[in-house]
Design a protein around this ligand. Structure first.
Ligand SMILES: Nc1ncnc2c1ncn2[C@@H]1O[C@H](COP(=O)(O)OP(=O)(O)OP(=O)(O)O)[C@@H](O)[C@H]1O
Ligand SMILES: [Mg+2]
Length: 450
């Protein structure tokens, strides 16, 4: 094998609609060359969580084999993305007295202070996934990035802690291990996706990543360069498809095709103004025709909103007509509800209106035309679409929003290999649970703190 195993970094994203494995090789100048990738539609997952272990394991194994074949090598371990409504997060502070008599802060003090922040009371069925230090305070002086070697009596840390249910984490862990591949780390998906799509400047300014997948929408909000709030909303593109299927009475497959081919969530395109005060504020109005004609006159859009679309009906071989207007009304209803929920999460975090860099949308559903428009309309913030970057070799196929998490997992893995092991709070390597604490502090702090 040409590549040394420690140079290999594998990202494995087990998503609701697809599983993706990316094999990367870390170069000497800290770049990643992509050696192979495999992606396959998922089986056995619901809303980001494994519900059928056998099916999920089979899909994971298939994508690993595809990637291994392309890279012409065998992998030993992978950084695995985890999401789902079972994950929750809190910010917690820790404080310790500095141990040494000369009051120089040692790596051990840093470990102890992070441990003390970590000791939040957990219900018995939950487990800590990450403890991420945001910033340190020495004797009341806050904003310290790297306290090791500095002098002080009292060391404090502010951390972001993500936890998940033991059963969901264990099932994912098992699904991967059964393919013969070890788990380097379970990584909360939006943290990985942020590595691939957010810039450092955006994180410093204040930004909210919104990864809209098939089963979940994952949120990661950064303030002052570090993670402040994370959340999972159990709604994604599948909900849009199901709504179309139910309302238009077509199969989920036909609904998915309609969504991909004709879907539009915009409020300023040909559908401008129709939905502005549509949800939660009164009865749903289905007849917009007179307003529509007015909008059409004002707009030079090539698409006629009341065009009829032909699709497969539920009955075999029977065609059905669906109004484009109705289709986009359904799509807009769901996206509006989703962004209302995103807004509620941002408010909950206490940073409403304080994220000047706005929203960065990623995940497969970010491909929906007009989605930035819908998001901006609800949240009144700048919105952009985030496609993965940061790998010198990102091939065309990988530089689309649906691969943000898998590419991000490889980038996260690179940071870890570069000396950020202390953050590996959820490590079950070799079957043993517990916290793996590394000692390469300088590298770790540089990589993860603002
Ligand atoms: N052009 C498009 N227009 C609208 N939706 C799209 C488009 N392309 C993909 N999607 C939707 O994106 C979703 C898949 O996104 P993604 O691959 O990010 O999900 P996932 O990672 O498998 O799921 P999750 O992260 O929720 O577990 C599907 O619901 C699909 O319908
Ligand atoms: Mg995903």
């Amino acid at each position: 094998m040409a590549t040394k195993p420690e140079k290999l970094i594998v990202g494995l994203d087990v998503g609701t609609s697809k599983v993706t494995t990316i094999i990367g090789e870390m170069t000497r100048d800290n770049h990643i060359n992509i050696l192979g990738m495999g992606t396959n539609p998922s089986l056995g997952l619901q809303r980001g969580v494994i519900v059928n272990l056998e099916q999920a394991t089979a899909t994971i194994a298939t994508t690993i084999e595809q990637a291994e074949r392309q890279a012409a090598l065998k992998i030993g371990s992978a950084f695995v993305g985890v999401t789902g409504g079972h994950i929750s997060s809190v910010n917690s502070r820790g404080v310790v007295a500095v141990g040494r008599t000369n009051r120089d802060i040692s790596p051990d003090d840093v470990v102890r202070v992070i441990d003390s922040a970590r000791s939040v009371t957990l219900p018995p069925q939950r487990e800590v996934l990450h403890v991420i230090p945001r910033t340190f305070t020495i004797d009341g002086q806050d904003g310290v990035r790297d306290p090791v070697g500095m002098n002080g009596y009292r060391l404090e840390v502010e951390t972001h802690i993500a936890t998940g249910t033991i059963s969901a984490l264990t099932n994912l862990f098992k699904g991967v291990q059964r393919t013969g591949v070890e788990v380097d780390e379970l990584v909360f998906s939006p943290l990985a996706a942020s590595e691939a799509v957010l810039s450092d400047a955006e994180k410093r300014l204040g930004v909210c990543l919104v990864d809209i997948g098939a089963g979940t929408t994952d949120i990661a909000l950064y303030i002052d360069g570090s993670i402040w709030h994370t959340a999972v909303i159990p709604i994604g593109g599948n909900n849009i498809t199901n709504d179309i299927s139910l309302v238009c009475r077509v199969s989920p497959e036909a609904a998915e095709k309609l969504k991909i081919k004709y879907g539009d969530a915009s409020v300023t395109g040909p559908y401008k103004g129709l939905y502005a005060d549509y949800y939660g504020k009164g009865p749903i109005r289905l007849d917009f025709r007179s307003r529509l004609r007015q909008e059409e006159e004002e707009s030079d859009a090539s698409v006629a909103p009341d065009e009829m679309l032909e699709t497969e009906g539920l009955e075999l071989g029977r065609k059905q007509q669906i109004s484009r207007n109705l289709l986009n009304e359904i799509i807009h209803a769901r996206t509006r509800q989703l962004f209302d929920m995103v807004q509620a999460e941002i408010k909950k975090s206490g940073y409403d209106g304080m994220i000047p860099a706005g929203l960065v949308l990623t995940g497969g559903t970010a491909n929906l035309p007009g989605i930035t428009d819908a998001a901006g309309h609800v949240l009144r913030l700048p919105v952009r679409i985030g496609a993965p970057r940061g790998l010198s070799e990102v091939a065309g196929t990988l530089s689309v929003p649906a691969f943000a998490t898998s590419v991000g997992l490889v980038l996260w893995g690179m940071k870890k290999r570069n000396g950020a092991e202390i953050l590996q709070s959820h490590s079950r390597r070799g079957g043993g649970a517990g916290m793996a604490v590394g000692r390469k502090f300088g590298g770790w702090l540089r990589e993860f703190l603002p």
